[in-house]
Structure formats: C-alpha cells, structure tokens
Ligand binder design. Structure first.
Ligand SMILES: Nc1ncnc2c1ncn2[C@@H]1O[C@H](COP(=O)(O)OP(=O)(O)OP(=O)(O)O)[C@@H](O)[C@H]1O
Ligand SMILES: [Mg+2]
Length: 344
C-alpha cells in the first residue's frame, strides 16, 4: 500500500498567509494564488466558497452566511475551516490521492500552532506535512545563500504580521515578529479618515487607498484619490479627496512600529551577525513592503542599506517551491518540524 501511495503522491508547497495563499506544485511552479477567505453556511455547517469568490462576499453576506479569514496573524484560527480550505486547494490542483505538503509557518509559531498546521494538512488528505519557518523560505526565495556562517536579515511585511529575522547557517539566529503589517496600515487609514473627516470607510476602500497612494517617504508629486464614505455628522454620503501626504501621516504609526522592531532585533542580536547585516543590508519583502518609499525611510532612519526584492508577494512560496523540488536536499532544514505519517 505504501508503495502505491508513493506512486500517486505529488508534492505541493503552500504559503498559508493571512491575506493570500499561494500554492506551488512540484515541477509546475506557482499554480494558485487566492485570498485566504472562506465563506460558509452557519446552519448547514457547510463551506460555500473559498478564495476570490469568498472574498467578494466579505462584509456583504446575507444572514446565515459568513465570510472569514481562517488564518490570523499567520497562524490558524479556525482549524476546520483551514482543513476544508486546504482540501479544496488540493482537489483543485491535483487528482493524486495523497500529496506531501510543505507549508510555511511563522518563525515564532509555538508547538500548538505548528501542530494545527500539520493536523489541517493531514485532515485535508495529505500523506505527510513538513513545516518550514517562513523567513527561511523567504531567504531561499530571494536567492540568498544562507548556508554560510554569515548573517542575512529578512523583513517580511505581510497582511497580519511583520516577521524580522537574521538567518545564518540555514537557521534562524534571531527573530522578532509583530502583529503590525498591511492590515494594521488599513486600520490606520480608516482611523485617520474617521478622525479628520468624520467619515467611515470600509476595509476594502482603505486597502485601495493604501495600494494606490500609500507611501512612507516624502516625494515631490502629490497624488490624490477620491473616495466615498458615510459622513457620521451630516448623516449622508460624502466624497473626500485624500492626498499622498495625508496617507503618509496616517501610516506613520504602523511604519514606525515596524522600524522600531527591526532596530530592537539588531540591538539584541550577536554583534558579529549585526556586522554582517550592516555589510549586506536588509532584504525587504511581503506585500506590505510595496508601500512606496518604505525602503528609503528604513534606510534613512537606521542608516543601513535596504534592498527591495523582485517578487515580494511570492518570496515565501518561491522558497517553498525550491524546497519542494529538492525535498531530499532540504530535509535537514525541515528537521525541526514534525513529520507525521498518516498511518501512525
Ligand atoms: N502595492 C501595494 N502597496 C501596499 N500594500 C500592498 C500592496 N500590494 C499588497 N499590499 C498589502 O500586502 C498585504 C499582503 O501581503 P502578503 O501577501 O505578503 O501577506 P500574507 O503572506 O498573506 O500575510 P502574513 O505573511 O502576515 O500571513 C496586504 O495587507 C495588502 O494590502
Ligand atoms: Mg506572508
């Protein structure tokens, strides 16, 4: 039986993010990129949709149906929903009965959180589940050679968390993770507009403003977006024109918190590794890193060179992909993660 399983098995890598889930299939590349959202019927206890279709229902569901993100701050919040989410993903991309999964987990995930990922994978039909710390996957995805005794710093600003890590000799030497990232930036924009204009806007609008004119460093051309929201004093709809300087002001607090977290990690890290980071610079990745001028801002405040990477939304899954393609070579890297055979 186990021979047969091996024959039918395929290898799949998954970056289970708070905002986006990306899937890599061995020898095929990235095969899926969907919002990490599940819509389900509360009474029937049935999943109705996942991904894009479910995200469109976000905040617009009729009674009895909810659309939720089952992953919060990078870790599983609702095991059953994540299991169903993974099950549908596996079915979508592979007819094979029982894949091997390689899944990224936050560097700071505890035993319970790591076990939840394994349980969800096995429950979704995987034969084995390997875990890889996301900063390691990111560094491999960026193309850094992390096998040498040299410190590399990767800062991954995602939706739920910003993960900051110094990696050397294929391991995480120091890490710091804060729950301030893209989502928190959206919150800050909502809060700013509520305070300044007495107007309520939703999450999707805030994210749109951030993506269009979000910035962290002053620039000569001022840009604007027009948005409509609900005026809480006049009790009617209102259109406001928001400028890029205003958005920068709104984003100040989350961005400063991210910069403080980087500087705290450098203070706590071993001096020789810090020296390597000062030499090599900081690698900035994750969707949240796409804020314009964020590299310049960090560079100026910490006086360290900051590199942007080519595919910030994909570095984790690209790294996981390299691991999936060379599972035997990378197994020692995954040795700290638990491998559970279904038959056990
Ligand atoms: N051009 C852009 N400018 C600013 N922010 C962006 C841009 N594109 C995407 N984002 C933000 O990036 C975040 C998603 O990034 P990413 O896909 O790396 O997160 P994730 O891996 O799902 O989350 P996490 O790593 O925290 O679990 C969202 O908050 C999104 O709004
Ligand atoms: Mg991520």
């Amino acid at each position: 039986m186990s021979h047969l399983l091996k024959f039918f098995s395929s290898e799949i890598g998954i970056d289970l993010g708070t905002a986006w889930t990306l899937v890599y299939q061995k020898n095929r590349g990235i095969v899926l990129r969907i919002p990490s959202v599940v819509a389900y019927d509360i009474e029937k206890k049935e999943v109705i949709a996942i991904g894009e279709e479910a995200k469109m229902m976000y905040g617009k569901t009729p009674e009895g149906i909810v659309a939720v993100r089952p992953i919060r701050d990078g870790v599983i919040e609702n095991l059953e929903l994540v299991q169903e989410f993974l099950y549908r993903i596996i079915r979508k991309i592979s007819k094979f009965i029982s894949p091997i999964l390689v899944v990224g987990v936050p560097a700071g995930a505890n035993e319970v959180e790591r076990k939840a990922v394994i349980d969800a994978g096995i429950g979704a039909g995987a034969r084995e589940v390997f875990l890889v710390p996301e900063p390691i996957a990111s560094a491999i995805g960026i193309g850094l050679d992390i096998s040498k005794p040299k410190g590399h710093m990767v800062v991954d600003i995602g939706g739920g968390t910003s993960e900051i890590a110094i990696i050397s000799l294929n391991q995480i030497a120091h890490q710091n993770s804060i729950k301030i990232a893209g989502d928190e930036m959206d919150e800050s924009i909502i809060e700013y507009i509520r305070r300044k204009y007495n107007t309520n806007i939703g999450y999707l609008t805030a994210e749109e403003i951030k993506v269009k004119i979000g910035n962290a460093y002053p620039s000569e051309n001022e840009e604007y977006v027009e948005i409509s929201g609900w005026d809480m004093i006049q009790h009617r709809p209102k259109t406001i024109k928001i400028s890029s300087s205003e958005v920068r002001e709104a984003l100040n607090s989350p961005i400063n918190q991210i910069i403080s977290a980087i500087s705290r990690l450098l203070e706590d890290a071993k001096a020789d590794l810090v020296r390597d980071v000062l030499e090599n610079g900081i690698y900035l990745t994750g969707g949240g890193s796409l804020i314009r001028g964020l590299d310049l801002r960090i560079q100026e405040e910490l006086n360290i060179k900051v590199h942007r990477v080519d595919y910030p939304l994909e570095t984790v899954v690209r790294g996981i992909g390299k691991i999936v393609d060379n599972l035997n070579k990378f197994k020692p890297l995954l040795s700290k993660s638990r491998k559970i055979l279904k038959s056990k």
